[in-house]
Write a protein that binds this ligand. Structure first.
Ligand SMILES: [Ca+2]
Ligand SMILES: [Ca+2]
Length: 199
C-alpha cells in the first residue's frame, strides 16, 4: 500500500503535463458511476505494478491494448480531480412490474457536486414507470457498488407516493444498472435499469 501511495504522488506530479491527453472520457472509472475515486486510482496503480490483472478494472485500459500504462493511470488521476464530463447525466430504460403488472419507463439522473466519502449523490431529473412519474434523489455508494434511490412520484389520476429502494450494481460499466426492488405505500416495483445514454 505504501508503494501505491508513493506512485499516486508521482502520478499527481506529472498530471500537469499530460492532463489533456485523455483518450477516453472516463479512464479509471472502474464501477462506471461517473467519478474516479482514490480507491480506483490505487487499483489502477496495482494493475500497473502487476499486483492485479487488467480485468480487475478494464476502464483503465483507455486504448484497449490489453495493458494499463502509467500514462493511463495519470489520465485517471485527472478524472479523479474533476468529474467524467460525458457521464454527468445518465439515462436508463426501465422494464419490470408494478404490483406484479408489467410496466416500462425511464430514469434519468445527474450527479451533484456534494462531497461525501464513498458516496456519489445524484438528483433524479425524471422518472416514469407505468402510472407513476416523479423526481427524487439517489446515492451511489462507491465502497460496495450499491445504489439507493428515493423518488416522490405522482400517481396518474391523483395522489403521491414516496418510493425507496436500492440494489447492488450488476455490471461494470453499468450498461445494466441493476434489478431494483422499490416500495412505497401500496406499491411494489421491481425493475431492471438498462443504460441508454451518458457514456
Ligand atoms: Ca468510479
Ligand atoms: Ca492500455
Amino acid at each position: 500500500m505504501f508503494r501505491s501511495a508513493v506512485f499516486v504522488g508521482a502520478a499527481l506530479l506529472v498530471l500537469a503535463v499530460t492532463a489533456n491527453s485523455s483518450l477516453i472520457a472516463c479512464t479509471g472509472d472502474c464501477n462506471g458511476d461517473g467519478v474516479v475515486t482514490i480507491d480506483e486510482i490505487v487499483l489502477g496503480v496495482g494493475i500497473v505494478l502487476g499486483d492485479h490483472p487488467v480485468g480487475d478494472c478494464v476502464a483503465f485500459d483507455a486504448d484497449q491494448d490489453g495493458a494499463v500504462t502509467v500514462e493511463e493511470v495519470v489520465v485517471a488521476v485527472g478524472a479523479a480531480l474533476s468529474m467524467c464530463p460525458s457521464t454527468l447525466q445518465r439515462s436508463y430504460a426501465l422494464e419490470g412490474t408494478i404490483n406484479g403488472r408489467a410496466a416500462s419507463g425511464h430514469l434519468r439522473f445527474t450527479p451533484t457536486d456534494e462531497i461525501e466519502p464513498n458516496v456519489v449523490k445524484y438528483t433524479v431529473d425524471s422518472f416514469s414507470f407505468g402510472e407513476l412519474a416523479g423526481i427524487g434523489t439517489a446515492d451511489f455508494f462507491t465502497l460496495n457498488n450499491t445504489f439507493s434511490v428515493t423518488i416522490d412520484a405522482q400517481v396518474q389520476g391523483g395522489g403521491m407516493v414516496r418510493l425507496t429502494g436500492g440494489a447492488p450494481v450488476l455490471s461494470i460499466p453499468p450498461l445494466v444498472l441493476g434489478e431494483f426492488d422499490v416500495v412505497g405505500d401500496g406499491y411494489t416495483l421491481r425493475f431492471t435499469a438498462t443504460q441508454q445514454g451518458g457514456e
